[in-house]
Design a protein around this ligand. Structure first.
Ligand code: GZL
Length: 337
């Protein structure tokens, strides 16, 4: 019988006095261990907050949260500690997509269901569900939008620099694969593609190097998340390179966090391809299904939008599916994560 955290004594008294919950003498809390990638970006902050907002004592949970600081060894150790603590469920956002089968087998042997969010695990299927986004589709969409935008603006030659996300992360792999498929399809030149590790500092450092190595040779920069784009903008500004809807360089980003959308609205980022970080409500649904003895879906895809400054390109077609481009408004910025 799985050990449950019993809410009793002062904690129970405090919560009943506060009216936070109506409880019997002892209330079982479902313990959830969450091994988070780190704290590298605005997107990550929103992802963490989503779990902290959902997995509360008031909602019947105890969240055991570990920020793995972008270190895969720390993340594997965190999962093993969750097994030692005999939590009820384990959530993993895998820093990298491989090296997981051994520890997932240990979770399976311990009878602890694992739910993967956001990035994917590609060398094991020993988890109940994955909740996240299609990263390759994000890359394909960015490429098809760039083609339509360049055509609309009469730009015939595209010379592209890419600032990739963290090496080995499925978000990086998918966005890179999708965008390169379109670049190959239309015969574009990708001058260089280096990792900025999904951080603002990383984006700035890579862009500073690009501005020196490829001075005057590039007219598109693709950043695989908003924080890299913020750093790249600083670097291009310092180098006297103009970007955005009125600049010499088309700037594309991913995530579409609030700050990213503000830059789109200002015309500094031409297009921002959303990746939805708010997975926790969908994870809770999976846990509740398991609690009820039901079998959850193996894959749960999040809904996302493609944001632009204006309606130069109202829609795109990706893999035969028409997708609307969304012009950023004050209301959209206000409502974003
Ligand atoms: C994508 C997520 C990525 C974001 C980055 O789902 O894993 O990691 O795009 C974050 O902002 O660092």
């Amino acid at each position: 019988m799985k050990k449950r955290v019993l809410l009793a004594g002062a904690a129970l008294a405090a919560m009943t006095v506060a009216g936070a919950m109506t409880v019997s003498a002892e209330e079982d809390l479902i313990t959830v261990g969450f091994a988070q990638v780190g704290h590298e970006s605005d997107w990550r902050t929103a992802s963490t907050q989503s779990c902290q907002d959902v997995f509360t004592a008031e909602n019947g949970y105890e969240l055991v949260f570990v920020d793995c600081d972008n270190d895969s060894a720390v993340q594997l150790e965190a999962v093993r500690n969750f097994i030692e603590q005999d939590v009820d469920y384990i959530i993993i956002d895998p820093i990298v997509s491989t090296g997981w089968d051994t520890v997932l087998t240990e979770c399976e042997d311990a009878g602890i269901p694992v739910i993967v969010i956001d990035r994917t695990i590609d060398d094991s299927d020993k988890y109940v569900s994955w909740v996240g986004s299609n990263f390759k589709t994000e890359g394909l969409a960015a490429g098809e939008w760039l083609k339509a935008y360049a055509d609309a603006k009469g730009i015939e030659e595209l010379n592209i620099l890419v600032i990739e996300g963290s090496t080995g992360a499925s978000a990086t792999i998918g966005r890179t694969e999708g965008f390169k498929e379109i670049a190959d399809k239309y015969g574009w030149t990708i001058l260089d593609s280096q990792t900025g590790d999904f951080t603002q500092d990383g984006g700035q450092e890579v862009m500073e190097s690009y501005c020196k190595s490829y001075e005057g040779q590039f007219n598109v920069v693709v950043c695989q998340n908003d924080n890299e784009a913020f750093g790249a903008m600083d670097a291009m500004t310092a180098a006297g390179v103009s970007y955005g809807v009125d600049g010499d360089v088309i700037l594309i980003s991913f995530d579409a966090c609030t700050a990213g959308l503000q830059y789109v609205q200002a015309g500094d980022i031409n297009a921002d391809f959303e990746c939805n970080p708010l997975a926790a409500p969908f994870v809770e649904e999976v846990i509740q299904q398991l609690e009820a003895g039901e079998e959850p879906e193996k894959e749960v895809y999040m809904e996302e939008h493609w944001f632009v400054y204006d309606d130069t390109v109202p829609s795109i077609t990706v893999d035969g599916t028409e997708m609307e481009m969304t012009v950023v408004t004050d209301e959209i910025v206000e409502a974003q994560y």
